[in-house]
Design a protein around this ligand. Structure first.
Ligand SMILES: [Zn+2]
Ligand SMILES: [Zn+2]
Length: 189
């Protein structure tokens, strides 16, 4: 059994957090890490106690849902609420931060932003991160690393392909499926 890397471990945590999002437009998760320890997590959702987008629909102004506090902001505010320093910390986010979150991340003293997916990466956000000396690094989530049924699935698909190889006369199709399956079960990290 291979041990999951730190990057994958923290990124997986952010993807897990994103599943708690209450906004239907985009599900985002953020994990703040210091000295390889998770110190806070957040997802995009309404202010505590208020209605959720998933129940009442998004509150859209100028193409943006204004109901939610963004995942990064929620994670930072959790630190503020409980008095946890964020200076020199890192943040793992499912999507490249928006301009507002970018500024908040810089102001809170975070040094590295790991993001899994590009998302309307704002030119000014990129500039601000550069000016502030905040490093941004793309870390795509390797789903295989967090799929506990991975071995069984891989074995099952191999059995199916073997069966096909013995029963089908269409060599090209079988070969194609075989390659696709191999790609699917090859780790991307
Ligand atoms: Zn919404
Ligand atoms: Zn944001």
């Amino acid at each position: 059994m291979e041990r999951i890397s730190w990057d994958q471990y923290f990124m997986a945590q952010s993807h897990l957090l994103a599943l708690r999002s209450t906004c239907t437009r985009l599900m985002v998760g953020a994990t703040i890490v210091r000295d390889k320890r998770i110190i806070a997590g957040g997802y995009n959702g309404s202010v505590s106690g208020s209605v959720h987008c998933i129940d009442d629909g998004c509150y859209v102004i100028d193409g943006h849902c204004v109901r939610t506090v963004h995942a990064e902001a929620n994670a930072l505010l959790q630190c503020a609420k409980f008095g946890v320093p964020t200076d020199n910390a890192d943040i793992y986010v499912t999507h490249y931060p928006c301009l507002q979150c970018c500024k908040q991340i810089i102001q809170s003293g975070i040094k590295t932003v790991y993001y899994a997916e590009d998302y309307r990466n704002h030119e000014y956000a990129i500039q601000l991160f550069n000016e502030a000396g905040v490093t941004t690094k793309k870390v795509e989530l390797d789903y295989l690393a967090v799929d506990t049924k991975y071995q069984e699935k891989n074995k099952f698909v191999k059995t199916l392909i073997d069966e096909l190889e013995h029963t089908s006369n269409d060599y090209h199709t079988v070969e194609k499926l075989k390659n696709e399956a191999e790609k699917l079960f090859t780790s991307s990290k």
